[in-house]
Design a protein around this ligand. Structure first.
Ligand code: BMA
Length: 309
């Protein structure tokens, strides 16, 4: 059993890590940072798998219960190698986030090329064929996630434009998912806190009676390198640039060896959450950029952890 099971608001699943390198049926370097959704009665994770060359591709994993996953034999998405998009994905495709709206699964992901990281959109309705819609921002930008419904008649998304090694969470709006504008900052790193260097959105936000609940990551640079932790934030339903509350302390922080040691140690990083009917939230997260783990919290507790700002 996890020694640290009850120390954080998000409780680690005893069977962590739930997906490791050995579970991937082909040769690769690491598996981490998965998008999560439900499809046809199954839990699906869209895994970021880094190949031996060091470029990431996306691979599906399926589960009947959200705990035990079986990984597909082949990737479903990989960097484009020809055409106008190729130059933007030469280093790989990373950190997908999935949003379901009207039967379409929207995947926002980081397209990493020679010009830096930026964010792109793909869609699928069956998880067999995937349509690419190109870039939806310019470099340097990461951590894009689409809200699960329109706000004021427009699509809304998070993204994290980078600035001097830092970065804040922004929202932007679009009528067609292609042209984005009305950019507004949601929140910035907080001096003197665990999220003082840069922050970024995790999975698409969950709609609750009290606001949009978002599990985000916060980075603190230390003399031993960055530490990535997870926090919670509650945003106004009609205007998500308004922060109603933000957790003063992390809801999950690296404590277990599988979070401390790996390709990049001291990292917990989430791109996928699943709210359940019993009021709990399954938070899937990459640990130390080396494996996939699961933690579970009560949605009410996570909302309560967001202190008024
Ligand atoms: C971020 C992203 C994530 C990664 C994290 C920790 O910038 O690139 O994919 O998990 O760094 O290395």
């Amino acid at each position: 059993m996890s020694k640290h099971k009850s120390r954080d608001l998000l409780h680690r699943y005893d069977g962590n890590p739930i997906i490791e390198l050995e579970d991937i049926p082909f040769k690769c370097n690491t598996v981490f940072n998965a998008a999560a959704t439900k499809y046809n009665g199954e839990y699906l994770l869209l895994l970021r798998v880094e190949n031996l060359q060091g470029r990431s591709v996306f691979v599906l994993a399926h589960s009947p219960d959200g705990y035990e996953f079986k990984v597909d034999d082949f990737p479903v998405m990989w960097p484009v190698e020809e055409g106008p998009m190729a130059v933007y994905e030469t280093h790989g495709i990373e950190d997908p986030r999935i949003t379901l709206m009207d039967g379409v699964y929207y995947i926002m992901y980081t397209a990493f090329g020679e010009l830096g990281p930026t964010v792109a959109l793909a869609t699928t309705t069956d998880f067999k064929s995937f349509e690419r819609h190109g870039l939806i921002n310019m470099p340097a930008s990461k951590n894009a996630a689409l809200f699960p419904r329109k706000i004021g008649g427009r699509y809304c998304r998070f993204a994290r434009p980078a600035s001097d090694g830092g970065g804040s969470i922004w929202v932007s709006y679009s009528k067609d998912l292609k042209y984005w504008g009305d950019h507004q900052v949601v929140m910035a790193p907080r001096a003197g806190h665990w999220d003082c260097t840069r922050i970024g959105a995790g999975a698409p936000p969950i709609e609750t009676d009290q606001g949009w609940l978002e599990i985000y990551h916060g980075v603190k640079d230390t003399s031993a390198g960055p530490i990535y932790r997870l926090g919670a934030v509650l945003l106004d339903l009609d205007d998500p640039s308004k922060v109603l509350g933000r957790s003063l302390i992390p809801v999950l922080m690296p404590r277990e060896l599988y979070e401390r040691i790996g390709d990049i140690g001291n990292v917990v990083f989430s791109c996928g959450v699943i709210p359940e009917d019993d009021g709990t939230l399954k938070v899937y997260y990459g640990a130390a950029d080396t494996c996939i783990c699961l933690s579970i919290g009560r949605i009410d507790d996570l909302i309560e952890s967001c202190s008024p700002s």
